[in-house]
Design a protein around this ligand. Structure first.
Ligand SMILES: Cc1ncc(COP(=O)(O)O)c(C=O)c1O
Length: 512
């Protein structure tokens, strides 16, 4: 009985895709079709999974022309999230972002986008030859974390650029910071500009009162979510939801047929289907229990003196007015005196406590949680933080005890300075550069040249430099500083590890 409940089976007609695959495996059908492993390949070392791995055979529908079980699954997803229409994605949020941008723009359009967007948004710009107008998020003075995009920024931008055709924002960010999407949508919709939200990190936001609602509830026109990042679903699984009136589901579907594989994995789709069914059936109770576990974690870290967990324990979001709201599921861990880097913290937790974090930046490290985290997981992290906190205490003065104002001022100045260094002169559009010959140069010789590739820290995959931007001395110094703090940088050409950057062969841009 219990087994039936957890697998979501109520009647023969409502078998989940996963159970239908299991039943099909038992039927003994002879597979004279793809995939090539034929469900008979012990050398894959994945027999249980391979046995369920099929293609579009009779009775299993077709993602790109869904009429059966996949269509029912996507309709269920739309009901659960409250969207007009929802689509399963098996190529991650990346393909949803590319298809979404293509569906809402024409080549050459001007678009408004947060400079903190993921690289897939930049690739959408490049592929559609768009002209981006950037919204630079502020930097929280105490932590160095990118703040929310403010509605006033959006208002100013649309006033100044009446020809904007689309706005793309990331909310929440990697660190869990949300922007005021209801207010931003209102500003954009008054001018008929659609809003696409990259909610790769926020698929879980709308299921209980303890989490800030997500972009679907805010009425964004298109919302892209990585189910695999924050919900129980396999890597690569994602969704795109059509919510507002300014998006056209049919054009989106056409673009998905371009950007998404024509051989979608049934394992991935079964995993999406099971995830949606779980949320429909037990989402409320599971999120309530998750919230309680996070609250208990918050109690445990209240004692920390030298480590800080953003918005938890003795910290509160009121201390960071640039954050509109924050996802409580993201645990941003900061050594308070900044004498230690985020990479140090990540390394300590890995080496000494067997805890692997999601990422580290200069000033902080990020632990991601989900409703699948056990109480033991969270206790283990809290206990490890307490041990490290005690060790730091021996040599540091706690900011909670004093000195905080001057410390905060020094930090605020540092981040402001970094931000000024990060805004490079834009000489050409990315797609103009990529049509011209490039030349690999030594990093230090790149100053004054025009970037012909992307440079990013991965994660979070936000470009530090974009093709068409001119490299300044301050930028090179800043990248060096980030690397010294243990942040891993990458370029599209992969030459960074050899000390090189791809720049335009001729140094000149529009001004040069
Ligand atoms: C903000 C953001 N958007 C989009 C993506 C791409 O998501 P996916 O890996 O599911 O394609 C990521 C991945 O890290 C991300 O952080």
């Amino acid at each position: 009985m219990e087994k039936e409940k957890t697998e979501g089976r109520r009647s023969g007609e409502e078998l989940s895709l996963a159970r239908r695959l299991a039943r099909y495996r038992e039927s003994g059908a002879c597979p004279m079709h793809m995939p090539g492993h034929k469900r008979n390949s012990p050398f894959l070392w994945m027999e249980p999974l391979a046995a369920l791995d099929i293609t579009e055979i009779d009775g299993f529908d077709n993602l790109h022309e869904a009429r059966g079980i996949l269509r029912e699954g996507m309709e269920r997803m739309a009901r659960v999230w409250g969207s007009r229409r929802s689509f399963f994605l098996v190529n991650g949020s990346t393909c949803g972002i590319l298809a979404g941008i293509a569906s809402l723009t024409r080549p050459g359009d001007a678009i408004l986008m947060a400079r903190g967007c993921h690289r897939s948004v930049y690739h959408g710009v490049e592929l559609n030859r768009l002209r981006p107008v950037y919204l630079w998020p502020g930097i929280d003075p105490e932590t160095g974390i990118q703040e929310s995009i403010r509605p006033e920024q959006v208002e100013q931008a649309v006033e100044a650029q009446p020809e904007l055709r689309l706005a793309v924002l990331t909310s929440p960010t990697y660190e869990g910071i949300l922007s005021d999407l209801p207010a931003i949508r209102e500003i954009l919709h008054r001018r008929g500009i659609p809003l696409l939200v990259d909610e790769a990190h926020g698929a879980h936001l709308g299921f209980s009162a303890g989490f800030p609602g997500g972009a679907v509830q805010a009425g964004a026109d298109l919302v892209v979510q990585s189910l695999h990042k924050t919900l129980p679903s396999l890597t690569q699984t994602a969704a795109i939801h059509v919510c507002g009136d300014l998006a056209d589901p049919e054009e989106l579907e056409r673009q998905l047929s371009i950007y998404e594989t024509s051989s979608p994995s049934y394992l991935l789709m079964a995993s999406i289907d099971s995830c949606v069914r779980l949320l429909e059936r037990e989402g409320g109770e599971r999120f309530a229990a998750y919230e309680e576990r996070l609250a208990r974690f918050g109690e445990q870290v209240r004692a920390l003196e030298n480590l800080q967990v953003l918005g938890y324990g003795r910290d509160s979001l009121d201390r960071h007015p640039g954050f509109w709201k924050k996802d409580p599921g993201k645990l941003v861990l900061l050594p308070r005196q900044r004498t230690q880097s985020g990479a140090w913290l990540m390394e300590q937790l890995r080496q000494r406590f067997g805890i692997e974090l999601e990422m580290a930046q200069e000033g902080y490290a990020l632990a991601m949680t989900s409703l699948c985290d056990t109480e033991e997981n969270l206790n283990r992290l809290a206990e490890a933080l307490k041990v490290l906190d005690g060790e730091l205490e021996a040599s540091e003065n706690s900011v909670w005890k004093g000195t905080s104002e001057s410390m905060r001022n020094v930090q605020a100045e540092t981040w402001k300075h970094h931000r000024e260094q990060e805004v490079p002169p834009l000489l050409l559009w990315s797609w103009e550069v990529l049509e011209r010959p490039g030349k690999a140069v030594q990093r230090q010789d790149a100053v004054g040249r025009v970037m012909a590739e992307y440079l990013w820290a991965y994660p979070p995959g936000i470009p530090l430099a974009v093709p068409g931007e001119q490299v300044t001395e301050a930028m090179v110094a800043r990248w060096r500083q980030m690397e010294q703090a243990g942040v891993a940088l990458h370029t599209s050409s992969g030459r960074w590890k050899d000390g090189q950057l791809l720049c335009l062969a001729d140094t000149g841009g529009k001004n040069g």
